[in-house]
Write a protein of this length. Structure first.
Length: 156
């Protein structure tokens, strides 16, 4: 009788420990990942920086002088897991135009994919996101020059 109680007690203990182990090593817990690049990155050039970028793109000096006071440009890049958005905000002569683009993000490879556009390889250092290189799909030299010079700063 003592031996059968001991065997039942050990069996109960074994089953209890097994169920505790099974519940604690949940597959969901194993697959949880952190996404270190999550956040919002903002690019808002100063008037001088904007003028330099537009000069590099070949904008005439008369146009540059008139744009000094009437032109603002801002890009918000938000990364959340495997997805993200790019919000473009352009203000010309008091008129604001906003456009939004949905992107796919591979944080392991550090690649931003657009639906039909290029793949952009990026890096994040010291809370600043920059593009390191691009897929072969970018043929517009002015866009390429602009992307190479952009430094996004992490907000918050």
């Amino acid at each position: 009788m003592k031996k059968s109680k001991w065997i039942l007690g050990m069996a109960f203990l074994f089953i209890s420990l097994s169920s505790l182990m099974a519940c604690s090593v949940n597959k969901d817990n194993q697959e949880k990942r952190t996404f270190p690049d999550n956040g919002t990155y903002i690019y808002e050039p100063s008037k001088k920086e904007l003028k330099t970028l537009l000069e590099k793109q070949g904008t005439p000096s008369e146009v540059l002088q008139s744009l000094d006071e009437y032109y603002n440009y801002k890009i918000d890049l938000t990364i959340k897991g495997n997805q993200g958005t790019v919000q473009f905000s352009i203000e010309i002569l008091g008129q604001v135009k906003n456009e939004q683009l949905t992107i796919a993000v591979d944080q392991d490879q550090r690649i931003i994919h657009t639906v039909e556009g290029p793949s952009l390889y990026y890096q994040v250092e010291n809370n600043q996101l920059t593009f390191t290189h691009f897929s072969e799909k970018i043929s517009d030299e002015s866009s390429l020059a602009l992307l190479k010079n952009i430094v996004f700063k992490r907000s918050s």
